[in-house]
Design a protein around this ligand. Structure first.
Ligand code: SF4
Length: 249
């Protein structure tokens, strides 16, 4: 579906999208586009990304919420949404993924590790996540994502600045040197209330754990309940100095 014609005064005109599509993508051209889109609405950022990359863009979703999957799916039916199926997810997360696959106009792509949990246990010993979570994330998240993203030109995520101090400067558009792709974070500037409002307004599939004390949801063994008012990501890898799985930072 072609992007809607709309003008954001002082920001950009989506009828002139070609102005935002350099012949070569690199750190500099992404920074230029980011400067133009940083304060645009999420819908306009998605319009730009869809017009620029089409189905050469994959959306990554942890199935904590389905906001970004919906933003892209409602602009380009059938767009690929990559879910990192680590083998350690909560049943609620898998149910959210299945619900999203049924109800949203997206194609869910399950990215699986090279080894099952049992094969990994046999090679590295049981509960690698407790002993070496960096290696476990490298094997079950980072490598499968890198392998799955091959062949795309861009990827999009639901990462947001308000999620943690480490994400405070998250750009809307950046050059992902590691994958050699353009990375788009259309809701980087959204807060929790905005995400919640979008989900409710569009009746989107939503992980029920969000209402049970889990404001940030990852794999079961590495996600703890968080008390009200605590850092939302403090339940991730609690008791260790690890704060990111290695995908975004
Ligand atoms: Fe392993 Fe935990 Fe990382 Fe999941 S979040 S891949 S269980 S270390």
């Amino acid at each position: 579906q072609a992007p809607q014609s709309a003008v954001v005064p002082g920001l950009f005109d989506v009828t002139a999208l070609t102005l935002l599509n350099p012949s070569e993508w690199n750190e500099q051209t992404c920074a230029e586009v980011n400067a133009r889109l940083e304060h645009a609405s999420a819908q306009h950022i998605v319009d730009w990304a869809v017009a620029t990359f089409g189905k050469d863009l994959a959306v990554a979703s942890s199935m904590q919420d389905t906001v970004v999957a919906h933003l892209f799916g409602s602009r380009l039916e059938g767009i690929d949404v990559v879910f990192l199926d680590t083998g350690y997810h909560f049943p609620e997360t898998l149910a959210t993924r299945d619900d999203a696959a049924r109800r949203l106009p997206i194609t869910v792509v399950n990215a699986t590790p090279r080894q099952t949990v049992e094969e990994q246990d046999a090679e590295h010993g049981p509960k690698l996540h407790d002993r070496d979570p960096n290696l476990c994330c490298a094997l079950r998240k980072v490598e499968p994502l890198t392998r799955t993203l091959k062949g795309y030109r861009a990827w999009a995520t639901g990462a947001r600045r308000s999620e943690s101090a480490a994400r405070a400067d998250l750009p809307v558009v950046s050059w992902d040197k590691k994958h050699g792709l353009v990375k788009v974070n259309p809701i980087a500037l959204w807060d929790d209330a905005r995400v919640e409002g979008y989900q409710i307004g569009h009746r989107l599939p939503r992980n029920p754990l969000l209402d049970q004390g889990y404001p940030s949801i990852g794999c079961g063994p590495c996600t703890k309940r968080v008390a009200p008012g605590e850092d939302p990501r403090s339940g991730r890898w609690a008791g260790t100095d690890k704060t990111e799985c290695g995908i975004h930072i």
